[in-house]
Design a protein around this ligand. Sequence first.
Ligand code: 3PG
Length: 216
Amino acid sequence: MNLEATLRKLSYVPVIEIDHADDALPLAEALVAGGIGCIEVTLRTAAGLPSIKAIAASNVPLMVGVGTVTRAEQVAACVDAGAKFAVSPGFTDALGAACRSASLPLLPGTVTPSEVLRALDAGFTMLKFFPASLYGGVAWLKAIYGPIPQATFCPTGGIQDADIPAYLACPNLAAFGSSAVAPRALIAEKNWSEITARATKLMAVVRSARPLHRQC
Ligand code: 3PG
């Protein structure tokens, strides 16, 4: 699997905080019904890893990555749970080495040119840009594309619906993420219909902004 090509096709990755692993499968089904093909389940809750495991072991056609990976010691459990990729808010040499030795693709978090260069030097070319809205958003992506066009980004953090077309027009954007489609409170309420409706609406915006890309 070429992760970057897959994420470019999908264009949007919901960032999930989940409190009960029992909610993982109904959530996954609700997201798929709304056209979502990939999610990032964060380790901010104890239910994160069991939720990844439940979705990865199911027949629901949803690629699952693990988010908020901050320590090398977490990597083995993420692989065991079935995560297809890892996302970190930042980057450490230890985390990069652990993911590489586990063959787990990593999107290290970056917000400065030096951090981008350091991640590239370590062999990572698809990077998280977080928190995107606080660090310049679309203007940052455009500025960094001039001197460092070989890096591609998955921005998250504060991305609003109105910003989506401008993000998707950036050549160095693979996909973007947000919690907007499935916020923690809606998952806790088991409001699957609202989550499907939000996904459907957001993916319609994505399709009109990136019509040449297949959407799942
Ligand atoms: C995060 O890691 O919290 C994601 O970036 C989601 O950000 P958002 O809640 O602002 O969409």
